[in-house]
Design a binder for this molecule. Structure first.
Ligand SMILES: Nc1ncnc2c1ncn2[C@@H]1O[C@H](COP(=O)(O)OP(=O)(O)O)[C@@H](O)[C@H]1O
Ligand SMILES: [Mg+2]
Length: 426
């Protein structure tokens, strides 16, 4: 029997999780996790993007009160010696790290905006309390000073292998690793352990020195890590990113906005090329939407939510599932094809980052209704056509690869010509 609680007397979240659902979209009712790869086995092959839509419809926004409570708890754990980090003193004692707003929805990861010594920053943690993270039982059994570094390093390597699906050399793991021994070493190791359970933290930390397209990490306190505050995108925003925050209110004339959009589009292309080619494995972005990117003052595009980013080996594992049709092989923005003979999805992703960015970001910018008189009409039309072609669903294999390369260079060329035209007109 299908049983539904009346929505009116339940909070959105309860209504979402407790009812027994008659439609395929409701299969998500059993999913307790916020977006994150742990959800992959259960949610992997259900309709594209439903959880995000449901997430925003059903879950409530954060409140200042709740966020203050989370930070108070963090500081209590700091004062009891359970956790530590280079920002704890500023947050909990000197009050040089001051809460401003919260930006998360109730069931998402905790995202808090704060001021730190005159700079805007973001504090992030997948879960709200330190105790919700898996405990390192080893810390109780032995004196922390006695844990050999090699053993800890091995544990870090295992966590990284788990999160990224990659085996990394010891020196690559350096940014994740606490070497300082001292009176608070136990708290240091426990804090490091809570951070290591957050895939996003692992990605950001490891890519810090290799990529300008990921968030800079500023520091941490317990299970919260601090990153730079940037201008994040919003699907409802006319230009997707609030450009006035990036280029300044004095430059928000039509020409400055168009110039900024062209520069940002070129930075998206640079990010695509970089994620495709510059690491030992291709990095696939499976949740592409304006909200998951932000812009620095120099107009660089930055990936701010990499919960759904996967290096090639892990992407292949995720995609290679049983299927009865292509629709079973869609994992959010990452698709493959169903091989009906063996009833298995191909491990190779059939679309790519560029195609989804063209579809979900560029189409919004370069569509007929955004035309203005600043750029010559033939160029605008060429750009629109190139974006439409680039956004077409992928062809697999060599044909698909050739098409992507062609789309990439065509778009790059047209954006550069547009950039020059805009400069020339000044
Ligand atoms: N570094 C940042 N600078 C500015 N805003 C941010 C930053 N990180 C996150 N946000 C804002 O918080 C929202 C939620 O963060 P995100 O990491 O995407 O969490 P979730 O996994 O819940 O989607 C983003 O869509 C963005 O609006
Ligand atoms: Mg997000």
């Amino acid at each position: 029997m299908t049983t539904f609680y009346s929505f009116s007397h339940l909070s959105g979240h309860e209504a979402f999780t407790r009812g027994t659902c008659p439609s395929p979209g409701c299969l998500f009712q059993s999913i307790e996790q916020p977006p994150g790869w742990q959800r992959v086995p259960r949610a992997a092959f259900i309709t594209l993007q439903t959880p995000f839509i449901l997430g925003s419809v059903f879950s409530e926004s954060c409140t200042d009160e709740k966020s203050h409570r989370i930070l108070a708890r963090l500081c209590l754990d700091y004062s009891s010696g359970a956790l530590t980090g280079d920002l704890c003193e500023d947050l909990c004692v000197a009050q040089k790290l001051v809460y401003k707003h919260c930006l998360y929805y109730d069931r998402g990861k905790k995202v808090i905006q704060a001021d730190w010594r005159g700079q805007s920053i973001i504090l992030k943690s997948k879960k709200e309390s330190f105790s919700s993270y898996q405990h390192l039982s080893m810390l109780e059994e032995v004196e922390t000073q006695d844990i050999p570094e090699t053993e800890l390093l091995l544990m870090v390597a295992l966590e990284v292998k788990n999160a990224l699906g990659l085996e990394l050399s010891n020196n690559t793991m350096e940014p994740l690793w606490t070497r300082k021994k001292g009176p608070r070493w136990k708290a240091q190791v426990a804090s490091m352990w809570s951070l290591l359970q957050q895939e996003e933290y692992i990605y950001f930390s490891l890519l810090q020195d290799f990529s300008k397209h990921v968030l800079r990490i500023i520091g941490s306190c317990g299970h919260f890590y601090a990153v730079e505050y940037l201008t994040a995108g919003h699907a409802w925003h006319k230009t997707l990113f609030p450009l006035e925050n990036v280029i300044g209110p004095s430059l928000t004339g039509h020409r400055s906005r168009v110039r900024a959009i062209i520069d940002i589009a070129l930075s998206f292309l640079d990010m695509v090329r970089h994620f495709d080619n510059d690491f030992s494995h291709r990095l696939h972005l499976c949740d592409i939407k304006p909200e998951n990117f932000a812009i620095r003052h120099d107009l660089t595009v930055v990936a701010i939510d990499v919960d759904m980013a996967f290096f090639e080996p892990k992407m292949r594992d995720i995609l290679e599932q049983k299927c009865t049709g292509d629709e079973d092989c869609n994992f959010f923005d990452c698709f493959s094809k169903c091989n009906l003979k063996i009833r298995k999805c191909g491990a190779q992703r059939a679309n790519n980052n560029l195609q989804v960015i063209c579809d979900k970001i560029f189409r919004r910018w370069f569509s007929p209704n955004l035309r203005g008189a600043l750029v010559s009409l033939p160029l605008q039309l060429q750009l629109q056509k190139a974006v439409q072609e680039c956004a077409q669903p992928g062809h697999t294999g060599a044909t698909g690869h050739q098409r992507t390369l062609k789309s990439f260079s065509e778009l790059y060329h047209l954006l550069r010509v547009t950039q020059r035209e805009l400069r020339g007109a000044e």
